[in-house]
Design a protein around this ligand. Structure first.
Ligand SMILES: NC(=O)c1ccc[n+]([C@@H]2O[C@H](COP(=O)([O-])OP(=O)(O)OC[C@H]3O[C@@H](n4cnc5c(N)ncnc54)[C@H](OP(=O)(O)O)[C@@H]3O)[C@@H](O)[C@H]2O)c1
Length: 318
């Protein structure tokens, strides 16, 4: 009897999902960037652009006429992505450059060549990210989430900010996450050496993205370079690659999730929307301002994180 009821219930749920599939998909897709801004003559740099949200962002901005530089750790995968962008839009000006955010030497080498060869940078999208890796360290000994998602992008931005100021008006888009709500900055154990939880390490790094955005915006006042952070939505991408359970959940629930193209909309919106030209230090989701957790609004924590990040990277950034 119980089994019959269970099967009947499951059948009913499946039927409802199939019946309402178009409505479910429309709701899951979220908001679209409606701006038709053209980016002829503009240069864009996107990290982690070989797949997922980054690749879709690159395609959209290339279709608007921008020169798009795709910074990827795996150049072969990057070239495949660039080829598929060119196949979708034959006039796309996309190029791939090697950048491993888990290695500060790679970041410095990337920036050195970039500054030599590229004379303007109007849009920087710090999109690359890792989630729920087993405990691993970057080449420089940083815990992988904080190392790649925060410190790697912090260093990259510090090296390119002068060029962005000279290219102003310019925008920085920091791809964070709703996960920042569940994070806190563990100043006493920044690299999770005392205890490690892969989910919390991801949340910490995404909170660091929000705090970095806040502090950078404060420091960039009056420069005509803006910076905003983004939650892209829950997107069916390769991000879950380190968690079998999450990969299964994302596959089963794919109808309720955003596609990478849908997930790219808020990054694109923050990069191009005319109405955001002077907006800085804010957090967006679904192409609209979004809630920031109290720990992401603390100016004191943001300043402390800035100092700790400089110290960890051995840099000065005033
Ligand atoms: N998917 C979601 O539901 C979701 C939700 C909230 C926020 N986000 C954020 O959105 C961003 C993009 O994620 P996604 O969903 O598009 O995931 P994805 O498909 O896994 O893309 C992540 C990108 O980051 C790159 N990357 C990883 N480690 C790197 C390193 N050391 N150096 C340079 N690049 C590196 C990856 O390169 P490889 O392909 O070579 O590994 C890949 O291109 C991330 O910052 C993520 O935290 C995603």
């Amino acid at each position: 009897m119980f089994l019959l009821l269970l099967l009947g219930g499951l059948g009913l749920i499946t039927l409802m999902v199939l019946l309402f599939a178009p409505q479910i998909r429309r709701h899951a897709a979220g908001a679209q960037c409606k701006s038709t801004v053209c980016l002829d003559g503009k240069t864009v740099l996107i990290t982690g652009a070989n797949t997922g949200i980054g690749k879709e962002t690159a395609l959209d901005l290339a279709m608007r006429g921008a020169r798009v530089i795709m910074a990827c750790r795996d150049v072969e995968k990057g070239e495949e992505a660039a080829a598929s962008i060119r196949a979708a839009y034959s006039k796309a000006q996309v190029e791939v450059r090697e950048l491993d955010l888990a290695d500060t030497c790679s970041i410095r080498a990337f920036a050195q060549i970039f500054l030599k060869e590229v004379d303007q940078l109007h849009i920087l999208i710090t999109n690359a990210g890792v989630m729920m890796c087993p405990y691993t360290k970057t080449i420089d000994g940083f815990e992988m989430h904080i190392g790649v998602n925060h410190l790697g992008h912090f260093l990259l931005t510090s090296l390119l900010i002068g060029l962005m100021k000279r290219s102003a008006p310019a925008r920085i888009v920091v791809v964070s996450s709703l996960a920042h709500n569940f994070g806190w900055i563990r100043f006493h154990d920044f690299h999770s050496q005392g205890s490690y939880n892969s989910g919390l390490a991801y949340c910490q790094s995404k909170l660091a993205n929000v705090l970095f955005t806040r502090e950078l915006a404060r420091r960039l006042k009056g420069t005509n370079v803006t910076v905003n952070s983004v939650h892209p939505g829950t997107v069916n991408s390769d991000l879950t690659r380190h968690s079998t359970l999450m990969t299964i959940c994302f596959t089963v629930l794919s109808m309720f999730l955003k596609t990478p193209q849908e997930g790219a909309q808020t990054s694109i919106y923050c990069a191009v929307a005319e109405e955001l030209h002077s907006i800085s230090g804010q957090h967006f989701s679904d192409c609209a301002p979004a809630f920031v957790a109290p720990q992401g609004r603390s100016e004191e924590t943001a300043r402390r994180l800035w100092d700790v990040s400089c110290e960890q990277l051995g840099i000065q950034w005033d």
